[in-house]
Design a binder for this molecule. Structure first.
Ligand SMILES: [Zn+2]
Length: 297
């Protein structure tokens, strides 16, 4: 059994082949804007499916945006990708290639990847959050992703924690991700230094002694933790998995762990805070899991 898998993001599309034991046989990537006209993503995926036609038994697609999971249609949240909203990935590709196609959003796929192959192995109820340009979320409950009525559950980045304040990309003011995303942090630090500083640069050892960075890091951690406290109160999870490149920083994760511990009551203390394990392979493995599920019924 082989599955062709994709992980569609705002800047790159990762693709590859996964076998029945969930080994990634190969993976490559192409720029999201490889095609300039029409529906660039559909064309990009189709070009690779054509190239490997006959070699796969199912297709798994992890994608940016919100997805109607049952029908495999991209429904919203893809304003930065031209003509992508409304794409009937499942319908079009199942018809053309005559194999089952599973589609879910990238954070859910990453959550599934971590659930079955990463930091969430053995856990039935956990939350997965990714901190990057925004904050994504996945609710894993009773052994599956909780998707909500319209498959839009887990948008933790748009919890209104500072109503009326800082502008969010969604149009509202005061969303969690406007304060807690990695971008919010690098923007704030860059403003204070009068030049752009990436997360990687900020976390260099010599910079971590700078009082401005110490102050801003402390504030950012508090923003991250305030959202996690609310999520603990709502879900009482046994595990929170933190993903996104910046969460590879042990210092940051240790601070979050400690601050969260000091902010939650006795019945929430059981929560473990762990780094995501699979990094950029999580989405593809989650998509492969969904594709395999289609094949195995
Ligand atoms: Zn928002």
């Amino acid at each position: 059994m082989k599955m062709m898998v994709f992980d569609v993001g705002g800047t790159a599309i990762k693709y590859g082949m996964v076998d029945g034991d969930f080994n990634i046989l190969f993976s490559e990537e192409m720029p999201t804007n490889t095609y300039k006209t029409g529906n660039p993503i559909m064309q990009a995926l189709e070009s690779k499916l054509d190239e490997y036609a006959g070699e796969f038994d199912a297709v798994g697609i992890s994608t940016a945006g919100q997805v109607d999971f049952a029908n495999g249609i991209v429904t919203d949240g893809t304003d930065n990708i031209p003509n992508y909203r409304g794409s009937d990935l499942k319908g079009v590709f199942e018809k053309k290639y005559n194999v089952p196609v599973a589609v879910d959003n990238d954070v859910n796929c990453a959550g599934l990847g971590e659930a079955y192959f990463g930091a969430g192995v053995g856990e039935n109820d956990f939350l997965c959050l990714t901190y990057g340009t925004g904050v994504g979320g996945c609710i894993f409950q009773g052994g599956d992703v909780y998707r909500g009525t319209k498959c839009a559950a887990g948008e933790f980045g748009h919890m209104l924690l500072h109503a009326g304040e800082r502008q969010c990309t969604c149009g509202k003011k005061g969303c969690y991700e406007a304060y807690a995303s990695c971008r919010a942090f690098t923007n704030t630090v860059s403003e204070r230094f009068g030049r752009y500083m990436s997360g990687r640069e900020i976390f260099k050892e010599e910079n971590l002694k700078n009082p401005i960075i110490i102050e801003e890091l402390d504030k950012w951690e508090n923003e991250i933790v305030s959202g996690l406290v609310s999520l603990c109160n709502i879900f009482n999870p046994s595990l929170i998995i933190l993903g996104g490149g910046i969460m590879s920083e042990d210092l940051l994760v240790n601070h979050i762990r400690e601050k969260l511990r000091n902010s939650i009551g006795v019945n929430y203390q059981c929560v473990r805070v762990e780094k995501a394990k699979l990094r950029n392979k999580a989405g593809m493995l989650g998509a492969a899991y969904l594709a395999a599920k289609k094949l195995n019924g």
